[in-house]
Design a binder for this molecule. Structure first.
Ligand code: NAD
Length: 589
């Protein structure tokens, strides 16, 4: 891309912008209300998984910067906790409006860094937006309890107080939704927050979106809506300096000599999902220091676990990281809620509606390229439903694999080259241990994106519980098919698995549904629903190895996680002067 651009400048004679504008932008920390460039010289490249373009560079937050972020959060806490809850709610009310305003831009940034389709990226933002909406009613959620006259003239009440500084550690797969599971609930309860986004999609700064996509397309056709184009604050200023063109030319995207820079559009942006969300929160009125952002991997995570000023940690990610964080931070006396890996099963009974079930299996197995913790990655066909496998394969074959910005795409790339290798290895190990490869997506080539980390839909049949592809979470577009002679046997298979995030049943039988919801050992159960992620008035209730802690994310449990209870017992009555001293334990009389 940069070579193309240089040749453009050479052929037009236009002065090329300075190298600081050309090198990939560095993602800033957010400390005390300011986006600041890190002093760190250690960086990680953030890579577009469809193109391998280096989207930005992520400096690893230094220890001093981390301490400054925690200190900013600590200093912001007293004033913020004393800010009326109605004011805190109003910040959320404004934030949800701003997220709606910028949803296209957020989605485009997610697709650029994470790879999922634009439609799916909208869903990512929307499911997080619903948590913000729920936080708008925090006063009722945070309400305490009151019992009058627990003893003569004595009343007791409880209040839910914020904890102080809380922290969130995020995975790569939902760059907007998961930060939004965390900080809106925490800060509306009166806490302050330090967020650590995934190092794989932390948000870009002054991002260059380079779209040299399809000849003859307009920006609209490559996925940019008017809202997105209008929301790029810097680009109107910078664009003419870069290519000497006006807004309308860029918007039409039909400049230069055909076949060369005809479709190139460089859009200068100020942030990806986490960074944009933080900017929006501040635009909505969140005071400086209430939300801070730090970046990095193990070192900064360990610093979060060890820091005495951090009271609670929300974690979402793999079991390796999650259990490490749970034990290290708990040993320091912190609260931890840790949402981890999964192997979600669907049980299919022969009486289920065939087409609806197969559509659901394909959508939930391959959507987001299988990189959802609630993806249905294993199907247990009971009895005759096994014969539906052929139809399942045909349906999976019809899915379109491409870059997430392309129109009508069903699944994009997986996050990294290493992730692709790992998924392919697990597919191969399945084959070597006796599974039948009904559909193999490993060698897919996507024209125009030959370097992308693409894997097409893959289906392994005849999978058994001892195979590595079954025991490990694959986190790619791979559906495993198992067989059971009876419903009981299928339930037994699911319950024997160590994970317990979600499980779904497809059936027309109410009795079977009732048996399933009672006996299945998973935290989120779907009956003819493939991805039963509850809305924010409930909680995200993964269980077994998929969760560590007591209080789940969002809903009532989420509010309880970010608050501690204080009970107050008070006596207001005219006290008779001479009742004397009693050293016995007070009893209620
Ligand atoms: P990951 O565990 O690799 O990374 C998550 C976070 O932990 C990142 O911020 C990373 O920097 C940090 N981290 C990673 N390894 C660490 C270590 N050894 N020590 C300290 N910190 C570490 O997870 P990921 O690959 O980003 O996300 C995919 C995983 O997340 C899958 O297992 C998926 O099932 C899970 N997930 C679970 C849920 C849920 O709600 N249960 C939701 C989304 C994703």
């Amino acid at each position: 891309i940069f070579a193309l651009r240089s040749s453009y400048y050479f052929s037009t004679g236009i002065v090329e912008p300075s190298s600081s504008l050309r090198s990939p932008p560095r993602v800033p920390n957010l400390i005390g209300g300011k986006f600041v460039d890190s002093q760190s010289s250690s960086t990680i490249d953030v890579i577009n998984p469809a193109t391998q373009e280096v989207v930005s560079q992520l400096p690893l937050t230094t220890n001093e910067e981390f301490k400054a972020a925690v200190s900013a959060a600590k200093h912001a806490f007293p004033a913020w906790r004393n800010t009326p809850i109605t004011t805190r709610q109003r910040v959320m009310l404004k934030l949800q409006e701003l997220i709606r305003r910028d949803i296209d831009k957020l989605a485009m940034n997610i697709t650029t860094e994470q790879g999922k389709t634009l439609k799916d990226a909208h869903g990512d933002v929307f499911r997080g937006l619903e948590v913000v909406e729920h936080a708008c009613g925090m006063a009722t959620l945070q309400m305490g309890e009151y019992v009058p006259n627990v003893a003569n003239g004595i009343d007791t009440f409880s209040i839910r107080e914020p904890l102080g500084v809380c922290a969130g550690i995020c995975p790569f797969n939902f760059p907007a939704m998961i930060p939004l599971w965390m900080f809106p609930v925490a800060v509306t309860c009166g806490n302050t927050f330090v967020l650590k986004p995934s190092e794989k999609d932390p948000g870009e700064n002054l991002l260059v979106h380079t779209l040299c996509i399809r000849l003859g397309a307009t920006l609209h056709e490559v996925g940019y809506t008017d809202n997105v184009i209008a929301s790029y604050g810097y680009w109107k200023l910078l664009w003419p300096r870069i290519v000497g063109l006006s807004f309308s030319n860029v918007k039409k995207c039909s400049f230069g000599s055909p076949g060369k820079f005809r479709q190139a559009a460089l859009l200068w942006d100020k942030g990806g999902a986490s960074i944009i969300l933080a900017e929006l929160a501040m635009e909505a009125g969140l005071p400086n220091g209430v939300l801070n952002i730090v970046h990095g991997t193990n070192d900064v995570v360990n610093a979060i676990c060890d820091d005495d000023d951090i009271r609670a940690i929300s974690f979402v990610g793999s079991n390796t990281a999650g259990m490490h964080i749970y034990s290290r931070a708990s040993a320091k006396g912190k609260r931890v809620q840790s949402n981890m890996g999964a192997k979600n099963h669907a049980i299919v009974l022969p009486d289920a509606n065939t087409d609806a079930t197969l559509n659901a299996l394909v959508a939930a197995g391959f959507g987001a390229a299988g990189q959802r913790c609630m993806a249905l990655s294993t199907v247990v066909f009971v009895g005759d439903s096994h014969s539906w496998e052929n139809k399942l394969v045909e349906l999976a074959k019809s899915l379109k694999v491409n870059a997430g910005t392309e129109p009508d795409v069903d699944l994009g790339p997986v996050i990294t080259k290493q992730a692709k290798e790992r998924v392919c290895k697990l597919i191969q190990s399945g084959v070597e241990s006796g599974a039948r490869l009904l559909l193999d997506g490993r060698n897919i080539v996507v024209p125009g994106y030959e370097d992308g980390n693409f894997i097409g839909p893959t289906i392994l049949s005849g999978v058994t519980a001892d195979m590595d592809c079954y025991k490990e979470e694959i986190f790619g577009p791979v559906l495993l098919c198992m067989e059971a002679d009876s419903f009981e046997e299928a339930i037994h298979i699911v319950n024997r698995n160590k994970y317990g995030n979600g499980a779904s049943l497809f059936t027309a039988s109410g009795a079977a549904a009732r048996k399933f919801q009672t006996e299945i050992e998973a935290g989120q159960v779907g009956i003819n629903v493939p991805i039963p992620v509850p809305l924010p008035f409930f909680s995200f209730t993964g269980s077994k190895a998929s969760f560590a802690g007591d209080l789940n994310f969002y809903g009532k449990a989420g509010v309880n996680f970010y608050t501690q209870i204080k009970t107050i017992t008070q006596q207001w009555k005219d006290l008779p002067g001479g009742s004397g001293v009693s050293l016995a334990m007070p009893t209620s009389q």
